[in-house]
Each structure stands twice: as C-alpha cells, then as structure tokens.
Design a protein around this ligand. Sequence first.
Ligand code: ATP
Ligand code: MG
Ligand code: MG
Length: 554
Amino acid sequence: EEKKSLNFIEQIIEEDLKANYKEEELKFRFPPEPNGYLHIGHASSICLNFGLGLKYNAPVNLRFDDTNPIKEESRYVEAIKKDVKWLGFKWAEECYASDYFQQLYDWAVEMIKNGDSYVDSQDSETIAQQKGTPNQPGKESPFRNRSTEENLALFEAMKNGETKEKEHVLRAKIDMTSSNMLMRDPVMYRCLHKAHHRTNNDWSIYPMYDWAHGESDFIEQISHSFCTLEFLPHRELYNWFISKVCKEGEFPPKQREFARRNLSHTVVSKRKLLKLVEEGIVESWDDPRMPTISGLRRRGYTPTSIRNFADSIGIGKRENRIDVAHLEFCAREDLNKTAPRVMGVLDALKVVITNYPKGEEEWLTAENNPEDENGGNREVPFSREIYIEKEDFREEANRKFFRLKLGKEVRLKNAYIIKAEKVVKDEAGNILEVHCTYDKESKSGSGTEASKRKVKGTLHWVSVKHAKQVEVRLYDRLFMVENPDGDKEKDFMSFVNPDSLQVIQAFVEPSLASALPGENFQFQRKGYFCVDPDSTPEKQVFNRTVTLRDTWKG
Ligand code: ATP
Ligand code: MG
Ligand code: MG
C-alpha cells in the first residue's frame, strides 16, 4: 500500500510523541452541539478525530456540547449518534458538557474566590461597548472590583434563579487592554430561565462555550482538541481557562485548528439548513437533497463513499469549497462495486414483438454485478410486450444514434436482438407503440452464432406484464449557484433551485419487489437508486442517488 504523507494534524501528534507525550495518553473527541443534524462538513471532523483514534489506537469520545438550552433538543442527540454509528465509528464514551455543570460551577466559585472572575450587572450592550476596538484598550466595568462576598452571593442567587435573565453575568477577570478581544473579560455564565433537554430546570445559569469547552476537554483528559479555524483566536482563552483549574502535574489539553470544508451548490451550516426545513424548501432534515449525513444516507450514499470523500479532500489550513461533483464521484465509485444491476424504465414506451408467441413468457438469466464475482445471477421475465425508454427510440436518426430506429436492430440487455418495423400513433401523431420483430436465435448467452452477432447499442427494458410500477424521485442541485453564501446583496435563500425534485412513475423488473428501504441498485444506464423509507407494500419509492457516468458498456 502506498504510504500517505502525514497531514499537518498528524505531524503535530508525531512531534508531540517525539517530545513529551506517550501514545497511551492520546485521546480525542468529536464535540457536536445538538442543535441540528450533522452535515457533510461534520463528516470531515468525524473522520479526522475517529480516524486518529484508529491510527493511534486511542479513545475518541462523542461529546455533546450542550450548553445552550434554547436551541438544543434530545432528538438531535439521537440523530447525531445514529449518524456517527452509521459512518462506521465507535466512540469510547458518550459525554455531555451538561454532565459537568456542577464541576464547572464549583470551579467558577473558586475563580471568584481567587479574584479571577466577577459578577457584572451591566446590560450586554454596555459590556460590548466597553470592550473597545482592537486598536483601543477597553474600559473596565464599574463592577469589576466587587467584593468576593458580594460576587459569591450574587452568583449563587443567579444559579438559584433568583435574579432576572439579563440582570447579571459572570465574567472572567483577565485584561481589558489585551490585543485579543476575546481576553477582555469574556462572559462565563449567563442567566437563562429555560429548561435544558437533560438537566431540566436544575440550572438557571448556563456556561458559555469558551468556558465549557476547554474545561470539558480537561475533565475528559483529551490530549488534542481539534476545532475549526475560527477558534484560533480562542486558543489563548482556552489555555487561560484551563490554567485556572489544571494543577501541577496534571495534563492540559491542546487546541489546534483546521479549516472548514464547504460543498458547492449547498450550504453547510446547521442554522441555514434549519431554515430550509422551517420554510418548507425541503421536507425534513433528512430530505435526500440536504447535505446532512441523514439526507445523504436517504439519498443512497454509503458510509464508505462519505468516508472516502472526507479522506480524499483531506485536512487543510485554508477554508475551501469542494465541488459537489466530487462527492457524487465518490458515491459512484463505491456503488459501482457494490450495487446490484437491475432494469428499470423511467419514461416508458411500449414495444410489441410481433413474432413472439402470444401469451408466452420466459425467464432469462441476468448477471447481478459484473464488478463482483460473487454477485451471482437472477432471472428476469421476458414476453411479447416490453417497455423501453422513450428516448431510446426514433423513427429516423443519424448514424450516431446507436439505439432503436425504424429498420434497424438493437440488442435487449440479457435477451434478444430486435428490429423496429413500424410505429403505431394516435391521431395527434404521438407514438403509442413500436412494433418489432426479434431474432429467435440471438438470445444472450445461448452460444449460437446469432447470439454473438454484433449490433450497435444495447437497451434496458422490462416486460409489461411483469413490470412493477414505482415512484421515482429525481433530484437536482438544491441551489442554482455554486456558492449561495457568496453574494453580498442577496440572501442564500434567493438562490434555491425551484426544480430540485422531480417525481415520476417508472416500471421496474419484478425482482425489486422485495427490496427494502436503504438498499442500493444500479438501474442500468439510468444511475444509482435507493429504496426510500416512504415506500409502502403497495408502492415502492426510489431515490436517484446519482446518474451514471455517461458511458454504457452493454
Ligand atoms: P454549524 O455552523 O453547522 O452549526 P458548528 O461548527 O457550530 O457548525 P458543531 O456541532 O459545533 O457545529 O461542530 C462539531 C465539530 O464539527 C466542531 O469541531 C466543528 O468545528 C466541526 N465542523 C463543523 N462544520 C464543519 C465543516 N464545515 N468542516 C469541518 N469541520 C466542521
Ligand atoms: Mg459549534
Ligand atoms: Mg453552530
């Protein structure tokens, strides 16, 4: 196997191992906030952290960063767990920042006692104003030098819900002149009289992200805490908070940053994805058009295809946007190896084989997957009337049209060579049927001379009598432009593609009757399709995952 060069995150770890870390001290985490479903950007972070866990045989925690009860819900926790599992990863421990609320509170009390934090009783606008600008020192709050007793009493009252929501905050006492604005006495706690999805009404104060995140890493003894680049300026604060609780000989986690990955023709932000759901642009978080893990799963993406996508785009230091065509490539690449081939006609045209005996049928052998030597065969029924695609027939066409035209032959996949003899039209001139004759001796695989006869063009088909009618959902890009966030004047919502979903009725071979939701197939010449959970015993629903490359090997 080709030895891949180390990415810069792996280099950091290798250097740490050479310096002062032991391999058994390595520990990572993936820390989602349960305020929405995971998207394809998260897949990069999941593959990074869990990938490192596998590489170094180190534990990886799944930590829910659940410090904001306003936006968080248990159903998001469940969805996130399902997605990480489905991607194929196992976490060492399932952790919640909310499990540390008491410890965080106790530490905050210690900090008050040590003169490292204070209760500020100004409103948030005033606090923001006093922060100043990067070139100008901020102004200290008039409450900055409250007595320890007063601070402790107020903080306890805040905790007990005895103060109003915006009356007080707890702030870290750091440096109002720091060149890092985040170090200018950041807020550690705010009062929120809101029920939390796990701690219910136990708390009336909730820790801010910067305070909770690093301390949670410290509690779990995470060695390397990887986050996205926007947290680079937070690193100083991360270290400062940890230094307040980390004692001599204890192990401070290390924050390092990597770049977000974005995808073209979509948005990867839970807030924006939520808006698409709330405004009814899509049906749900797992709508197959969504760039969520659950949407991609329902669309027919495999875990392997998503992991391969994340690995192939790698970890970088600069934010970039990956063409969605690359994600689609990864889907095809995996599905080509794994998806059984079947026949389905999306836009049916009836063909009558006039010299095939009326009322007869036969079952022909079809290979399930030429890419898989253990894929086996199945039987497909053939009879006098079949459906082919409308676009596969023309009365007249030039020599480059290697499909069916009057007076010419094509091969029906796994079956016979047919020749178009005449068309039957309605009064308006629409083609209702094509009448063909078949070459009896030309059956695929029969070994006869005629079966080896070369004709240009092989078509897929289904027997009318045996066909199953199904609903097929065809998808297009959710946004019409490559970067819906890229316009200064227009909101991303104005770029929504109004035609991202097309629902059609199709006919498929009867072997698909037993296909279950989530199963993937290649409809020959038409793309990869997957059974949607909306399917009922009466009506199956198929989602098109992606089209095929535009080449057809008959
Ligand atoms: P969003 O803006 O969609 O809410 P987030 O970063 O707030 O994203 P979190 O739940 O906090 O979402 O993310 C969990 C982890 O996934 C974090 O470490 C975060 O940095 C990482 N992550 C989120 N989006 C991306 C992305 N587009 N590319 C790479 N990593 C990401
Ligand atoms: Mg976040
Ligand atoms: Mg967020």
